[in-house]
Ligand binder design. Structure first.
Ligand SMILES: *[C@@H]1O[C@H](CO)[C@@H](O)[C@H](O)[C@H]1NC(C)=O
Ligand SMILES: *[C@@H]1O[C@H](CO)[C@@H](O)[C@H](O)[C@H]1NC(C)=O
Ligand SMILES: *[C@@H]1O[C@H](CO)[C@@H](O)[C@H](O)[C@H]1NC(C)=O
Length: 249
């Protein structure tokens, strides 16, 4: 029985980390630092201000999360954390559309629109055509991973009574590892490609993008802990099989 407690705790940790990947940004005060990427419009706003002496009524920063988008203003010398953050409703298929976000902020304002800002259309089309869809595929793999890890956790409770069952948990943990690997790899690639694209196409109008390592740390540690738990599950099933084989029969 005791041999199943360690892998059970590891699987519960993986479950929680995976949930956190999906829940970051659900509210203005919740895990705001765990954005997949941040679009920074400070340069665009100050260029506009120099040109027209008027302020551009858009947010300073737009953050992309797995299930939401949040926007806010820098209060601290263009450094995180942003203030006055608002978040889009949580969605199973959250779409990050930079041009639409900025245009929505501009509609209250008549002096500028996206074409007068020469906003590069390639940024919006890359999100419409691939990045949003790729992140949605990653989302689906996170959900699949949650189902497999959930099964492992319930299975592990049964294994407390029938220790040898622990070995079979490996079947589920390896499916979970595969799903977490696919989801984490997709997010990592989309993150670096989208940031590179925005910095490349947006630089001449003052747009920039960046990310910190926190989301990647979360998703890759879920994957790593799950891989280790696979090994521990198989050892625990094996050990309790031996103990029971010797004692109970
Ligand atoms: C946002 O962009 C401005 C100007 O390009 C820069 O000075 C600032 O450091 C950036 N902020 C972040 C958090 O990257
Ligand atoms: C402002 O940013 C600095 C580092 O850039 C940080 O040490 C400080 O805690 C921040 N202040 C607030 C109020 O967030
Ligand atoms: C955008 O603004 C420019 C002038 O700033 C104007 O000539 C143009 O018609 C506007 N375009 C749209 C689609 O509103």
């Amino acid at each position: 029985m005791w041999s199943t407690i360690l892998p059970e705790l590891m699987s519960i940790t993986v479950f929680i980390l995976t949930i956190l990947c999906l829940q970051a940004g659900h509210s203005p005060s919740y895990l705001q630092n765990y954005a997949i990427l941040s679009l920074n419009t400070t340069g665009l706003k100050s260029a506009y201000h120099e040109r027209t002496q008027a302020g551009l009524p858009i947010h300073d920063v737009y953050n992309l999360y797995m299930m939401t988008t949040c926007s806010g203003y820098w209060t601290n010398n263009s450094a995180p954390p942003p203030a006055l953050v608002t978040c889009s409703p949580v969605s199973w298929y959250s779409k990050f559309l930079p041009a639409t976000l900025i245009q929505t902020d501009l509609t209250s304002h008549h002096g500028a629109n996206l074409s007068s800002l020469s906003f590069p259309p390639s940024i919006q089309s890359a999100f419409v055509e691939r990045f949003n869809l790729q992140l949605h595929v990653a989302f689906i793999f996170y959900v699949i991973a949650l189902v497999w890890v959930g099964i492992v956790i319930v299975w592990g409770m049964l294994a407390c009574w029938v220790g040898v069952l622990g070995s079979f948990a490996v079947l589920f943990t390896s499916s979970a590892s595969t799903s977490l690997l696919i989801a984490s790899a997709i997010v990592s690639v989309v993150q670096s490609q989208a940031v590179a694209l925005i910095n490349d196409q947006g630089a001449n109008i003052g747009l920039s993008a960046g990310y910190n390592g926190r989301f990647l740390a979360l998703t890759w540690s879920a994957f790593a802990i799950n891989c280790v738990s696979s090994v521990v599950w198989s050892l625990s099933g094996f050990c309790s099989g031996l103990v029971r084989g010797r004692g109970d029969f």
